[in-house]
Write a protein that binds this ligand. Sequence first.
Ligand SMILES: *Cc1c(COP(=O)(O)O)cnc(C)c1O
Length: 398
Amino acid sequence: MSESIFKGSFTQQEAIPEDAIEAAVAVLRSGRLHRYNLAEGETGSVAGLEREYAKWQGSRFCLAVTSGGQALQIALRAAGVKPGDEILTNAFTLAPVPGAIAAVGARAVLVETDENLRLDLGDFEQKAQTGRARVLLASHMRGHLCDMDRLMAIADANGIVVIEDCAHTMGAKWNGKRSGNFGLAGCFSTQTYKHMNSGEGGLLTSGDPEFMARATILSGSYMLYERHGAGPASEAFQDLRYQTPNCSARLDSLRASILLPQLQNLESSIKRWNEHYNTVAGILKDCSAIVLPERPAKEEMVGSSIQFRIPDYQSEDCKRFLELCAQRGVELKWFGAEEPAGFTSGHHSWRYLDSQNLPQTDCILSTLFDMRLPLTFSSEDCQLIAQIIAEIVKKGRV
Ligand SMILES: *Cc1c(COP(=O)(O)O)cnc(C)c1O
């Protein structure tokens, strides 16, 4: 086992299920790919997806859009964010989050990350108390939910509207409540690497009819907003329809048709991801140099990726460690690199933002590693990967 090499791919997703392929072919045969291009009496797959997702999520309303990033932008606009407004968000997140804030002309102020990779609630409270920010875009990066009850209490006490970025927490819960249902709105992605796969796509959920009416028109509904599966009643649109711009970000019937059958499998996928996570975590936790984030009892996670730190490593050690892992087929990402690479970047390379001072986050990210756990992995694959990592770390200073 000493020089075993992992031969699998960290970026290979499962095939689209056969019933989804059949549904997609039926849409293609119909020629009706636009969500509003419906035959008499037909609901269409986009409205069908909105209805089913709202039911599953336990939210009153759901709107399907072209990407998770668009869901974020639309949510910010529909929440009334104006150019120049200050928006708080996590320092540890993915580029589409500061990107969405920049797209609406707002100014991102980043909040520190704690050692468990959650939003640092102490720093959030301090920044909330300045009274400058109206909105927190809470990004549950890599699936780590902070104490959502406390987060909401701080937000409420300071008049801050919360929008949740649930790109990595579709299906996760805090204290029995689904992530996305805490604040004004939840934003989800169905991009290939997330929990459902339509290549690109996004879902926006909320319980607020006025917010959702604005979001629906922003998404490009024209005056066809009654053809939605989980939207507010038409009264909610009466005045808004004259005042809300159409920003054309509709989901199409083809993508929706392949998501509907995947939604039926989501609970079972979550179970499988968590088995993978627990397999890898169970091996890494025996390695004293490795620190895994705590998973609080109130969190029901979706372990579609795993993160760990090696706090004793210097930058050179991290680079060497990545190399040694790569030589044995284990593709890790490292959040401490100076230069952005692949999907991974940090606030130092988001230079369109005002510069930020985040010593705690910088320190945590400097030795933070990250790995996807696609469902194409077997349990044996997960074991092998974790053993390779543990072996390399145990060999000592690399
Ligand atoms: C993927 C992702 C998004 C946005 O999703 P897209 O559908 O790619 O626009 C937002 N936030 C986080 C944390 C993500 O990982």
